[in-house]
Design a protein around this ligand. Structure first.
Ligand SMILES: [Zn+2]
Ligand SMILES: [Zn+2]
Length: 138
């Protein structure tokens, strides 16, 4: 059976490319202090997919991981251009920074804002999406 690619993405330098074989629609925006430092911005917008549906097509050797000591937090980025790239979310799932998507992002909608209590002082959170004080469900 042919596996259908529903979304494709790449980093800024184009060396890391990936595809996704499940429909994606939910965007989670994390406003926590660690994601803010990792991006130098208000946080990061990601979608979460089963790891089995994410295929790293090229550039696996360029993906560097960094784990925050004493935190259950990990970031993956392209060693060449610094773009955040997909990484492990938990045992079964991976996260994808949604702005890496070149195709298949048309149905994306912000569903949840996480760690809004940690948001940047200058940031105003938009109207879409449920706001959580901390992690998902909190
Ligand atoms: Zn890159
Ligand atoms: Zn975060």
């Amino acid at each position: 059976m042919e596996i259908k690619t529903l979304a494709k993405g790449s980093c800024n330098c184009g060396r890391v490319t990936f595809s996704v074989t499940v429909p994606i629609d939910s965007v989670f925006v994390c406003h926590c202090s660690i994601c803010r430092k990792a991006t130098g911005s208000g946080g990061i917008a990601v979608t979460v997919v089963p790891t089995s549906s994410l295929v790293i097509e090229t550039g696996q050797d360029l993906i560097q991981s960094w784990e925050k000591p004493n935190h259950d937090w990990l970031t993956n980025f392209c060693k060449r251009c610094g773009s955040p790239v997909p990484g492990k979310n938990d045992e079964q799932n991976s996260f994808i920074p949604v702005s890496l998507l070149d195709a298949g992002h048309e149905s994306l909608e912000v569903k949840h804002h996480l760690f809004v209590d940690s948001k940047a002082s200058w940031e105003e959170i938009g109207k879409t999406g449920k706001q959580h004080k901390g992690a998902f469900g909190v």
